[in-house]
Design a protein around this ligand. Structure first.
Ligand SMILES: [Cu+2]
Length: 153
């Protein structure tokens, strides 16, 4: 009995320490020669209502949260301060019209490698949580996506 209680206590402890925020399906694209910016897409889920409020990267000078909208037939990207995360809902940044932008890459993104970013999430209870994410780098984008990158910079 004591052993079972001990195990239960351990389980509870692990759950209490587990993050409120999980990230999956993080990926980016390999960069074309001369391209010094990249986009990262990912799916983020927070157990409690939260906001994604920041992002950083060791592989780039700057990392920003961006929205992407069609305006008069032109795709435009803008930096946003925060992205809402409803409690328990998996938010696919790409589907929601967002992405993480890496600006001033220190080295090219190569297919098959990974790039690490750190997300900052502000929870409804006021606490902030940092989540490290390894984004898988996929092979180079199709021409249409190159155009988007050029418009941005
Ligand atoms: Cu962007």
């Amino acid at each position: 009995m004591k052993r079972i209680l001990g195990l239960l206590a351990m389980l509870v402890a692990v759950q209490a320490n587990a993050g409120e925020v999980t990230v999956s399906d993080a990926w980016s694209r390999a960069t074309a020669p001369g391209q010094d910016a990249g986009m990262v897409q990912l799916v983020v889920t927070s157990k409690q209502a939260a906001k994604l409020v920041g992002v950083s990267s060791k592989d780039a000078k700057t990392a920003e949260l961006h929205s992407m909208v069609h305006e008069n037939g032109v795709m435009k990207m803008r930096q946003v301060d925060a992205i809402d995360l409803a409690a328990g809902k998996a938010v696919d940044l790409g589907q929601a019209g967002y992405h993480v932008m890496l600006i001033g890459l220190k080295q090219p993104l190569k297919a098959g490698e990974k790039t690490e970013i750190t997300l900052t999430v502000r929870l409804a209870n006021g606490k902030e949580e940092q989540v490290k994410v390894n984004a898988e780098i996929k092979p180079l984008a199709e021409p249409a996506q190159h155009q988007q990158m050029k418009m941005h910079h």
